[in-house]
Design a protein. Structure first.
Length: 256
C-alpha cells in the first residue's frame, strides 16, 4: 500500500514589496511544487492583491487552506496599516490617499476566503517567517531584512502582538526602516551596511533580552562574515525560504 501524503495542504504566500511568491506544502512542510514568484504589481489596492494571489494559486496544486504573510500591521485578519501597498509605484514612492483609505480596516482575510474558497490566515510577513524557524523555547525575536525591517516576537512559541517599531525614529528622525533598508544597503555597500546591522542589534539587545535572535529576509545573506562573527552565538541567520515554509506552522501559533 502506498504511504498517504500528509494533509492538509497549505497554500503559503509570501508578499513582499518587490515580489510575491507562493507554493503548496503538506503538513510536514514539504513543497509540492516549485515556488511561483511574480513582481508585486503597483498600484495595489486590496482586490488586486487578492486577484494576483488567486492567479498564482491557479498555477499550483490544490490546497485546503491558505496562509498569507504581508507587510504591515495585521490584527485578526484586518489591515491596520501597510507601508508599501499604499504607494503609487512601490516602496519609497508617493503615498496615494485613496489606497490608504482602501487598505485601512480592510478585512483581507475575509477577502481571501471569499475569492479562494479556503480558510485563510493572514499575518505580518515576519510573523509567518518566524513561525518557520522558532524553536518554541524562551524569548525569540525574528528580524527580516529586506525592503525595510520586519519583526516578530515569540515567547515559548506564543506570538506576541505585532509592533511596528521599525517605523520609530532612530537618529535625527530616521526610522529603523530607513536606517537599515535596501536603499541604504545599495548606497553604503555590504560592509558598511553590515556594521549598521550590528549597531542596531547591539542597541536592541538590552531592550528585548532575547534568548535567540533570528535574522531572515533576502538581505540577511548580505551580512559580512566579519559582522556575523561579532554578533554572538545567540544570533542566527535563517533561510529566506522560511517565509513559505512558515505558512504551515503558522496555523499552530498561540496568540492568546
Amino acid at each position: 500500500m502506498p504511504t498517504p501524503t500528509p494533509s492538509p495542504y497549505t497554500l503559503a504566500v509570501d508578499c513582499g514589496g518587490g515580489g510575491i511568491k507562493a507554493s503548496v506544502l503538506d503538513s510536514s512542510g514539504t513543497l509540492h511544487a516549485p515556488a511561483v514568484r511574480v513582481p508585486t504589481p503597483y498600484p495595489l489596492p486590496p482586490e488586486r492583491l487578492v486577484d494576483t494571489i488567486a492567479d498564482i494559486a491557479g498555477q499550483l496544486p490544490p490546497a485546503d487552506r491558505v496562509t498569507v504573510g504581508m507587510p504591515g500591521m495585521i490584527r485578526h485578519g484586518v489591515v491596520v496599516a501597510t507601508p508599501h501597498y499604499v504607494t503609487r509605484s512601490g516602496p519609497h514612492t508617493r503615498v496615494d490617499p485613496e489606497l490608504v483609505e482602501a487598505w485601512s480596516g480592510c478585512d483581507i482575510r475575509a477577502a481571501f476566503e471569499h475569492r479562494l474558497g479556503l480558510p485563510a490566515l493572514v499575518l505580518n510577513d515576519a510573523e509567518v517567517h518566524g513561525a518557520g524557524v522558532v524553536s518554541g523555547s524562551g524569548v525569540e525575536l525574528v528580524l527580516t531584512l529586506g525592503t525595510g525591517l520586519g519583526s516578530a516576537l515569540f515567547d515559548g512559541g506564543r506570538l506576541a502582538p505585532h509592533l511596528e517599531w521599525s517605523h520609530a525614529p532612530l537618529h535625527r528622525g530616521t526610522t529603523y526602516d530607513e536606517y537599515i533598508g535596501q536603499i541604504q544597503r545599495a548606497r553604503l555597500g555590504d560592509a558598511m551596511w553590515s556594521r549598521r546591522v550590528r549597531r542596531m542589534i547591539d542597541g536592541l539587545r538590552p531592550v528585548f533580552r532575547w534568548d535567540r535572535l533570528y535574522l531572515g529576509g533576502g538581505n540577511s545573506r548580505a551580512i559580512t562574515a566579519t559582522t556575523l562573527a561579532r554578533l554572538g552565538d545567540d544570533v542566527v541567520i535563517v533561510p529566506n525560504q522560511a517565509g513559505i515554509t512558515g505558512g504551515v506552522r503558522a496555523w499552530q501559533l498561540r496568540t492568546d
